[in-house]
Design a protein around this ligand. Structure first.
Ligand code: BDR
Ligand code: CA
Length: 383
């Protein structure tokens, strides 16, 4: 298997030095909103829109993962989208499982024409942390689907992202629903790439507390440095984080509706749903499976499902307890931690920054309408 190997780990000074170059290139080449647009609520008019004439080109970067599987199946059930590639990364479970899981999902959907390219097996600079306690040892809720027959393409995730984006500059939306290692690696390998990506819709982050630590959401926690690179790239970002994804949960009646569906996608989704709910009950994991990732994907299908608000989002990468926290400012000043009395700085970077917005954050969601869309699309009953 060819995958995006771990880069030689940069030390923190090297990492930040490299990222500063990327930041400058990305911001200069971007179409960021100007300062002052901080507190408007956004609806459909502010989301990246698909042309009515042709489906929107997307690349799905993902770590399947129960809710990732729902996001992939939703995309493959939606004619408004043209899935150009799927690029698995380590996250919920290691790449050795997320890669075959992605291949299984394209087989289930009858879409083995879509290239699946192996991404990073480890985060940029940290040890991999996984979440099999949520997603099952197989990453798909413990269903244990048979091994896929389909193989990954020979290109790596980084190579295929670069090739497809460069072939269609300004046209390919990235939907990133795992740790952002692959996206950061692609951006760092090609300084012009950010300016060719019109929008990056991601599941990650939170402005109301984390899920793996009090501060951090899982995807950003696993690879905070990658999130840092992405949020400083200048790509217009739509952040669909825990603030809204916590509100969309898959319940027993949804699982039953999926099981009753007449197509392979619905039946597979029903099996994953039922098995995951059963695992939650067996292990005492609280609540129901949250549909984090399909909600991010669904904002491309119906932007009115969420309410967006402009922020400047930065990522905590220095914290002993808070790494991966997404810190959102809706007005100036963009204040950093107080300087140390000794005058020492953390790599010279603790000066306050000028305010600008870089991210539309989803702050509210019509959860019932989203769940109807998700189950309706997968069963083939409704759009
Ligand atoms: C995110 O982390 C993963 O467990 C899910 O797939 C989702 O992308 C939620 O924090
Ligand atoms: Ca995910």
């Amino acid at each position: 298997m060819k995958s995006d190997h771990k880069l030689p780990a940069p030390n923190r000074r090297e990492f930040l030095g490299d990222s500063a170059g990327l930041l400058l290139g990305g911001v200069l080449g971007s179409s960021l909103l100007s300062a002052g647009e901080s507190s408007a609520a956004f609806g459909a008019a502010n989301m990246p829109q698909a042309s009515s004439a042709s489906p929107r080109r997307i690349i799905i970067d993902t770590d399947p993962g129960v809710d990732d599987a729902f996001a992939i199946l939703l995309a493959l059930s939606s004619p408004e989208l043209k899935v150009e590639a799927i690029t698995p990364v380590s996250g919920n479970v290691p790449l050795e499982l997320t890669l075959p899981n992605a291949l299984r999902l394209v087989e289930i959907a009858g879409r083995t024409d879509i290239p699946v390219a192996a991404g990073a097996s480890v985060p940029l600079t940290r040890r991999l942390i996984t979440a099999s306690y949520v997603h099952g040892e197989d990453g798909l809720g413990g269903v244990n689907f048979p091994p896929p027959k389909t193989k990954p393409v020979s290109e790596t995730a980084t190579e295929i992202i670069r090739r497809i984006v460069r072939a269609h500059p300004g046209e390919v939306t990235i939907v990133a629903v795992g740790p952002l290692t692959n996206i950061a690696t692609a951006l760092r390998s090609d300084s012009e790439l950010a300016s060719m990506i019109p929008s990056l819709v991601l599941m990650g982050g939170s402005i109301s507390g984390g899920n793996i630590t009090p501060a951090a959401e899982f995807n950003f926690y696993v690879d905070p440095e990658a999130a840092y690179v992405v949020f400083h790239s200048g790509i217009p970002i739509v952040m669909v984080g825990l603030d809204v994804t916590r509100k969309v949960q898959l319940r027993d009646d949804d699982a039953a509706a999926l099981e009753a569906g007449g197509n392979p996608v619905s039946k597979a989704a029903g099996r994953i749903a039922r098995s995951t709910i059963a695992q939650y009950r067996r292990t005492g994991f609280p609540g129901f499976p949250m549909m984090h990732d399909p909600l991010a994907l669904a904002t491309l299908l119906d932007p009115t499902l969420v309410k967006l608000k402009d922020f400047y989002v930065n990522i905590e990468i220095e914290g002993e307890l808070t790494s991966g926290e997404s810190v959102a400012y809706d007005h100036a000043p963009v204040r950093h931690s107080a300087p140390l009395e000794s005058g020492a700085t953390i790599d010279g970077r603790n000066a306050d920054e000028p305010f600008r917005t870089n991210t539309k954050v989803a702050v509210d969601v019509d959860a019932a309408r989203f769940m109807r869309l998700l189950v309706g699309r997968l069963t083939g009953r409704a759009s």
